[in-house]
Design a protein around this ligand. Structure first.
Ligand code: PAF
Length: 278
């Protein structure tokens, strides 16, 4: 496994790699969710590439960026065991050199849900993902459904800008109690960790009603909200959404594919999760 830190060397390594190349973009602190993406990239492609870069431009709060979990040595060990060929681990100055001032703006998909609560977040995500795609020119790129809005937005970005990358979305990987795996889960206190599966339970409640035939958007949103409100460790609910998969517009009635999603604050940690109704 080669670990590369510069754009130039990474571009060359990817050009010379046996195709197809599958890329898994990450911010490190890897968990089983990432590993499922990596295993799929390994299975689908002849070269598996992982990027590890805690992207400063997608963080609004510098303190949040500073405390984001990092474990480069542990990550590299995991990647070696999972048969990864190339790892791209650039420094921030390599990705954003002095004078950097070109941004990728993804339009209306970025202004909803997470976009309302994290202004500028998706501009940072779209910009860094575009840069990673440009450096590595992967045939496929793998993302987790856990970040449902991010996956919708990256699929649109790749389509709108004719990037020639197949964006593969993989199911959310959960702990045995339903909590969606996330690098941020280590920041939960033991009590918060115990309470955190309420987020998944809330989404499941809405899903259950939908399976039973309920199609009214407000009823499905209220069902999830009621479960979240029953847990005192949930300090605030940023949103409960039932939205169309492609537009992320809130639905009055669910007739096609839809995503129930939520974001809540538990202590210092913001938990997001979603379930697809299909
Ligand atoms: O999902 C993430 O870890 C990040 O948003 C990504 C896609 C690696 C871009 O920094």
């Amino acid at each position: 496994m080669r670990v590369i830190n510069t754009n130039k060397e990474m571009s060359r390594a990817c050009r010379e790699a046996v195709k197809p190349v599958g890329l898994v973009p990450t911010m490190g602190a890897l968990h089983s969710g990432h590993l499922s993406l990596i295993d799929q990239a390994r299975a689908d492609n002849l070269t598996a590439v992982v990027s590890i870069f805690v992207n400063p431009t997608q963080f609004g709060d510098p303190k949040d960026l500073e405390k984001y979990p990092r474990d480069m040595e542990g990550d590299l060990d995991l990647l070696r065991h999972h048969g990864v060929d190339l790892v791209y681990a650039p420094a921030p100055e390599e990705v954003y050199p002095e004078g950097f001032d070109t941004w990728v703006d993804v339009g209306s998909l970025a202004d909803k849900l997470e976009g309302i609560h994290r202004p500028g977040h998706f501009r940072g995500v779209a910009t860094v993902v575009s840069k990673l795609f440009n450096v590595m020119l992967p045939n496929r790129a793998y993302f987790g459904q856990k970040d449902g809005q991010q996956t919708a937005l990256i699929q649109k970005l790749a389509r709108d800008l004719d990037m020639g990358v197949e964006v593969v979305v993989m199911p959310t990987i959960r702990e045995s109690d339903g909590l969606a795996m996330s690098s941020r889960n280590v920041q939960l206190s033991p009590e918060q960790r115990q309470a955190a599966p309420v987020v998944h339970r809330a989404l499941c409640q809405s899903h259950l009603l939908w399976i039973q035939g309920e199609r009214d958007g407000d009823t499905l949103r209220d069902a999830a909200r009621t479960v979240l409100q029953s847990e005192s460790k949930v300090e605030s609910i940023d949103y409960v959404s039932v939205a169309g998969m492609l537009t992320l517009d809130e639905l009055e009635r669910v007739d096609g594919r839809a995503m129930v999603s939520t974001a809540v604050q538990m202590g210092a940690v913001r938990l997001i999760d979603n379930i697809v109704l299909e």
